[in-house]
Ligand binder design. Sequence first.
Ligand SMILES: [Fe+2]
Length: 393
Amino acid sequence: MPGRLLLSMRKFVAPEFVFGRGALRLAGRQAAGLGVRRALLVADPGLSLFGWPQMVEQSLAEAGVATERFEALSSNPRDYEVMDGAAAFADCVCDAIVAVGGGSAMDCAKAIGIVSANKRHILSFEGVDNIERPGPPLLCVPTTAGTGAEVSQFAIITDTTRQRKVVIASKTLIPDAALIDPDVTVTMPPDLTAHTGLDALTHAVEAYVSNAQGPVTDLFALEAVRLIAANLPRAIAEPADIEARGAMLLASLYAGMAFSNAILGAVHAMAHSLGGLLDLPHGLCNAILLDHVVAYNYDAAPSRFDTLGRCLGATLDADAPADVRKTAVIETLQAFKRSVGVNQGLLELGLTREVFGDLARRALDDPCLLTNPKKPSQADLEAIYESASQPLA
Ligand SMILES: [Fe+2]
């Protein structure tokens, strides 16, 4: 039976973006168009090795925009780093922010912007719609294919006192423009390509089964899954394959627009908990948890999970019993993870079973859980952490 069209009201927000080779070189023109005179360039440390921040600075300089570089940020950006960035923004009398990097640089840049505009500590913005004044103009140049932060209305910052990730959600966090250039992603090493690619897959899967999904987010989510299935293994095997890199960056963009509007689910709630307590890489945490959360969620939306499984290459008989289809979907997902070199269990990341209770408690408080298709208990989340503790067979 064909699915019924959802006709309840849904809002969709997305920024202006330019996608394609050479988009990075438009930074100056975009900034000048926004009236920018001096920008704080927030870049992932280490990226200058590849020359990407310098190329953005050059483009800005050619358009008469001065820059100050800020690179003192971690891979899970921390509260005090954001406050230091806001101090640098004020000291340099900047009037805009340009982010060059992965999710860390872009989330840090968004956070510096709202702190600068509202003169409040970053942790006071936690939650949904707690920002009075929008930040200064923000341009984003993503250098990984996965985060979706270049189009999303979220920023995730680590509260270092409580060792937890704080979710900040507001339309004001959507960048003014994103310059999405496949050429800058060819320098990603294979493990980063795999982890960020599986982060994008998780965004698409969680958005597609979210209880805030709609026909527009579905469109982006499913196409993201198809592109990732066809291109992530290629991008890892052939890092310079610009077609595969471009397709992955497009998939990340699609998945970003899907999850920014349909929100996420238990994988992200549980991954935020892991990342906050143990400072672990976001994409890897999601990648390890994804198939285990799908196994838990499957019966809440079986036909949606079947569709996702088919997009990943599963052959499913619609008349087969649900448990047979569920097994096929999960095996397809696990085979895909293995094909991109991810088969670790959580215990290999250096954590012990004793923290599962604490992790589950923290995950229960994460706003991403509100849109999960099923409402888990503390015991359910502990059981998922336990099932993800061992490597894939
Ligand atoms: Fe993510």
